[in-house]
Design a protein around this ligand. Structure first.
Ligand code: PMP
Length: 424
């Protein structure tokens, strides 16, 4: 089938009239190469169809939630059964207790769980609990790390006041001296250190945590009576069947979860150790949909698969197959790729591409061949992908490199320059 986008174009025009700028947030394709569709019709397994019926092998996986495949039968059956008996009720169902039991059994640092909807709900509650626990204000965070879209953490400053950003000190990820300096600056007011499980910021190479840095973050919190928070919203259960920092032997006091924990059904979680239980019990936190039972049933079914299948090893193998294949075809055409981070959570950028133009061209060519990649955000692998999907992707990449080579020098990408000026 030839690639068309007339329905998407028409929807975008209608959207412009009734949705600010037609779409917002990072799911807006405003900052993606020109042909990226904005609106989708269907998703199944590893595939996504846009409103024009074009099919893609989807390496964004809904920006993370799709771990076991879109529309996974057992997970969705658990969801539907629970929904039919009652979903959003006047209070929670039994599933809330069962899910808290399952998560605290799964995640070694956790003794209790709270549930909410979005990752930002969980990171915001974590911050409040740390401040309640310590009766102090200052939060130490890594520069460039994403923790959500509330005024205290949203990446763009429009609509944000200096007061929203007060009591924050920043450090460079993986840099022990910089972390120590930030803690010194917090002085006697340190409430928490926030850490991403890996450095998975946009636009820059991903980095695994240096164990010395992770251990030092733990020590500094212990020395100051502050709480260590690992934000596992994006990477949770994709790196380990436990909190991601179990891989470097460091237990946080609080960890935040979302995305993959229910394979796409709307729920997020905050997990904590006993030390923070009273502080958690004494903040006010709630939401109209936070206790809906059906996403909890879906999460229980997802956790069963996390416990009982080789999903993690499978996603690693798929990611490694992709990484090796892409390096090979890039080399064949005289290009280099910077493939960073864990293979199952890949960030893939074209090397020697200071303006991003090569990456945009290459990603757009992949899109036209039925592969949905992202030029500057890390991607995800789902167990629904097959070796054949990976090989198809590598062949599409081969074609896309041929086109990139033939295109010769490219103009800088105006929309990227605009975006960097906004964020600056
Ligand atoms: N923390 C991290 C590490 C994330 O990746 C995200 C979402 N991309 C969030 C927090 C916020 O989650 P949500 O968009 O569900 O509020």
């Amino acid at each position: 089938m030839t690639w068309t986008n007339s329905k998407d174009t028409a929807l975008r025009e209608r959207a412009m009239a009734v949705i600010p700028n037609g779409m917002y947030g990072h799911q807006s394709v405003m900052l993606l190469p020109d042909d990226y569709p904005q609106f989708f019709d269907r998703a199944e397994g590893a595939y996504l169809w846009d409103v024009d019926g074009n099919r893609y092998v989807d390496f964004l996986c809904g920006y993370g939630p799709n771990l076991f495949g879109y529309g996974h039968a057992a997970i969705d059956q658990a969801y539907v059964e629970r929904m039919k008996r009652g979903d959003t009720m006047t209070g929670p169902g039994q599933a809330m207790v069962e899910l808290a039991e399952a998560l605290t059994a799964q995640v070694s640092h956790a003794d209790w769980a709270m549930f909410c909807k979005n990752g930002t709900d969980a990171t915001t509650m974590a911050m409040m609990i740390a401040r309640n626990f310590t009766q102090k204000k200052t939060i130490v965070l890594a520069k460039g790390a994403y923790h959500g879209a509330q005024p205290w953490c949203t990446p763009l400053k429009n609509g944000v006041t200096p007061a929203d950003r007060a009591n924050q000190v920043f450090y460079e990820y993986n840099d022990v001296e910089s972390l120590e300096a930030a803690v010194r600056e917090a002085g006697s007011d340190l409430a928490a250190i926030f850490a991403s499980p890996i450095k998975h910021d946009t636009f820059v190479d991903q980095k695994l945590p240096n164990p010395d840095y992770a251990r030092r973050a733990r020590e500094l919190c212990d020395e100051h009576g502050a709480l260590l928070i690992v934000d596992d919203v994006r990477a949770g259960f994709r790196l380990a069947r436990d909190c991601s920092w179990s891989l470097v032997g460091v237990k946080p006091d609080l960890s935040t979860w979302g995305k993959a924990i229910a394979n796409g059904h709307p729920i997020s979680a905050l997990l904590g150790a006993d030390i923070a239980r009273f502080a958690a019990a004494t903040i006010y936190a709630t939401g109209s949909y936070w206790f809906s039972a059906a996403p909890m049933a879906a999460s229980l079914a997802t956790l069963k698969l996390i416990r009982e299948t080789d999903y993690l090893e499978r996603t690693i193998a798929l990611g490694e197959r992709l990484r090796t294949g892409l390096d090979e075809v890039a080399g064949r055409h005289g290009f280099g790729l910077r493939q960073t981070g864990p293979a199952q959570l890949p960030l893939i950028m074209v090397d020697d591409d200071p303006t991003g133009a090569k990456g945009y061209f290459w990603n757009n060519a992949l899109l036209k061949r039925g592969v949905y990649f992202h030029p500057w955000h890390n991607m995800f692998v789902t167990t629904a992908m097959t070796d054949a999907d990976i090989d198809y992707t590598i062949e599409a990449a081969d074609d896309a490199f041929k086109l990139l080579k033939a295109a010769g020098p490219l103009e800088p990408v105006a929309k990227l320059e605009f975006m960097h000026s906004l964020a600056g």
